[in-house]
Design a protein around this ligand. Structure first.
Ligand code: PRP
Length: 184
């Protein structure tokens, strides 16, 4: 059987499905220890975080709550103020709660920097970040994840939640897109 249609657009597999599942399992075990008895809220940032969140929570063996936010950013605009727009907020008061943001990638850092500031203003007890991917070369503001599965080079990656023009999120691994896909 030949390659499936989507895979034809991938130049190279950067992180395999097995490696992602393995990393999610290790992170889940760590978070189970770190959040024991705290009943944290895991906040996924839509849409990219969905596959990672779905895998990660299978490996958490303590009480947690789930919530999601949808934000839009102004990346590539004329200012680098990093303002974000909250399109869908979480559904509850987080005063005194332990928050873990779950992300697919930290690039410029603006999304999470703004979200962390927002949640501190809302008086969360703690605000931490777990990310599948970290691209440190992309950073324009100072922010670091508390938990990172993979550090990646400055390449355009898709799959496992990450998109190009809203496509490729459903590929089960992290891949580098062929240049011809985004130059055609
Ligand atoms: C991506 C990713 C993060 C953000 C990271 O989301 O899921 O939320 O960008 O980038 P930053 O560190 O430069 O702020 P995007 O806005 O592309 O939305 P999506 O999750 O729906 O793809």
């Amino acid at each position: 059987m030949g390659k499936i249609m989507l895979e034809q657009d991938i130049k190279k597999i950067l992180i395999s499905h097995e490696e992602i599942v393995d990393a999610a399992k290790k992170l889940g075990q760590q978070l189970t220890k770190d959040y024991q008895g705290k009943n944290p809220i895991f906040v996924g940032i839509l849409k990219g975080s969905v596959p990672f969140m779905a895998e990660l929570i299978k490996h958490i063996d303590t009480h947690i709550e789930l919530d999601f936010m949808l934000v839009s950013s102004y990346h590539g605009g004329t200012t680098s103020s990093g303002v974000i727009n909250v399109i869908k907020d979480i559904d509850q008061d987080i005063t005194g709660r332990d928050i873990l943001f779950v992300e697919d990638i930290i690039d410029t850092g603006q999304t999470l920097k703004n979200l962390c500031n927002l949640f501190k203003e809302r008086n969360a007890a703690s605000v931490k970040i777990a990310t599948l991917l970290d691209k440190p070369e992309g950073r324009v503001v100072e922010i670091n994840a508390d938990y990172t599965c993979f550090t990646i080079p400055n390449e355009f990656v898709v799959g496992y939640g990450l998109d190009y023009n809203e496509n490729y999120r459903n590929i089960p691994y992290i891949g580098i897109l062929k240049e011809e896909v985004y130059t055609k």
